[in-house]
Design a protein around this ligand. Structure first.
Ligand SMILES: [Ca+2]
Length: 409
């Protein structure tokens, strides 16, 4: 699902070349970032609220130039948004212009791209999925946690840890990411590959690239992002030998066990089972290696804690300065103490900067706070949400605890 992003202050902003996209990060740049306005998107199939997958920024896609017929077809499609039936793009000049731009940018056969685009459909369900609710609810960490931390997800995760222990250990040795964190991400995203999404990826991306809802406050940015993902999708299918008409994923076009967007698949996925091909749909090994590689690229630090608890009574009266950097680790333990926060011994000796992360608990209760480390921030590069990151971490802890119990016969 599309998630809301945290406004990451520009201070530490540095690298993700996200430019126009909405969600994705781009070239392996480290994370600091310009996330300010970029939402992360991710559209996880299984998680319920927000995650989107990481992604990099795509090479530029040409915006279709001519506008005459385009305006007409856009009008037609906009009208179609109100209907509940899929609308084919075969007579859409905007779709054909996008196809031509994609073919040119990726040096693909123009007729092939056009013929595929002509078979794409505008899906009203996808438009609805990204349309802001008339009455936005307030975020509630407790409710989100309850929704994703189900006994089934924990039990299946313990089984996943055991079954793939060797591969997870190999990924940790190579990339430094603990097995349970990798499993936690796959668990939140798709329940370990059990729910990878059932939208045709072509339709989802075409819909978001061509018919993104006008009511979304970041429509321009998001639509541009999805156009780049649509372009990446064609490149991905062409280079990987996939039929663009057959792949299925989330409503945002995220694919496979780890819900990688096309650009992320192209950039960060790895062949971890040595088959000679990257298959995030059917190869748990490739999914494990790819998730660990992604986190590694985004600066996962081997052996570092993800966060430290914050006792309710340990907060100073004035939190403004502490919360200003949001989830970007910006304060040393000593600086936090100087600002009035009471740290436990582990946090006090943390070798790096920390962020005071507030997780809203709805309108009625005070937020839940944790001190996030650089590794907490890295998890949010997978999906730009502190709720998502803490859910991954807590699921990881839970499945690790269950996996260590004697195996059931
Ligand atoms: Ca493989």
């Amino acid at each position: 699902m599309l998630r809301r992003s945290h406004p990451v202050p520009a201070m530490r902003a540095a690298a993700l070349l996200l430019l126009a996209l909405g969600i994705a990060c781009s070239l392996l740049l480290p994370a600091a970032t310009a996330a300010t306005q970029l939402p992360k998107r991710s559209a996880s199939a299984a998680a319920s609220s927000t995650p989107t997958k990481p992604k990099r920024k795509p090479a530029s896609v040409k915006t279709p130039g001519k506008k005459t017929a385009k305006a007409k077809s856009q009008k037609r499609h906009t009208a179609a948004n109100a209907t509940s039936k899929p609308q084919p793009y075969d007579n859409s000049s905007a779709a054909m212009q996008a196809a031509d731009a994609i073919a040119k940018a990726q040096q693909l056969d123009r007729q092939w791209v056009r013929s595929v685009m002509a078979q794409a459909q505008m899906l009203p369900a996808v438009v609805r999925a990204v349309t802001p609710p008339a009455q936005p609810g307030s975020r509630n960490w407790a409710a989100y946690r309850e929704r994703v931390m189900t006994p089934q997800r924990i039990a299946l995760g313990a089984g996943f840890l055991r079954e793939h222990a060797a591969t997870l250990a190999r990924a940790e040795a190579q990339y430094g990411v603990p097995p349970a964190i990798v499993a936690g991400i796959l668990g939140i995203e798709t329940i370990y590959g059990r729910n990878m999404g059932n939208f045709r990826v072509l339709d989802a991306l075409a819909t978001l690239a061509l018919d993104f809802p006008d009511s979304h406050p970041k429509k321009t940015q998001r639509q541009a992002y999805f156009l780049t993902e649509l372009e990446a999708y064609f490149a991905f299918c062409h280079s990987g030998g996939y039929d663009p008409l057959s792949l299925r994923g989330s409503y945002a076009g995220a694919m496979g066990m780890g819900q990688f967007m096309p650009s992320s698949w192209l950039q960060y996925a790895v062949d971890f089972d040595g088959s000679g091909r990257i298959d995030l749909f059917n190869s748990p090994d490739d999914a494990i290696g790819s998730v660990a590689h992604y986190l590694s690229v985004f600066q996962w630090k081997r052996g570092m804690a993800t966060h430290y608890p914050v006792a309710p009574g340990s907060l100073p009266a004035d939190l403004q300065a502490l919360l200003e950097p949001d989830i970007v680790p910006s304060f040393s333990p000593q600086q936090l103490e100087a600002k009035g926060l009471v740290l436990d011994p582990a946090a006090r000796s943390h070798p790096g900067l920390l962020a005071l992360v507030a997780l809203p608990m709805g309108d009625a209760a005070a937020p839940h706070y944790v001190l996030g480390t650089d590794n907490f921030f890295t998890i949010t590069r997978y999906n730009w949400s502190s709720q998502y990151a803490l859910a991954v971490i807590e699921l990881a802890q839970a499945i690790e605890a269950v996996a260590q119990l004697p195996a059931q016969p």
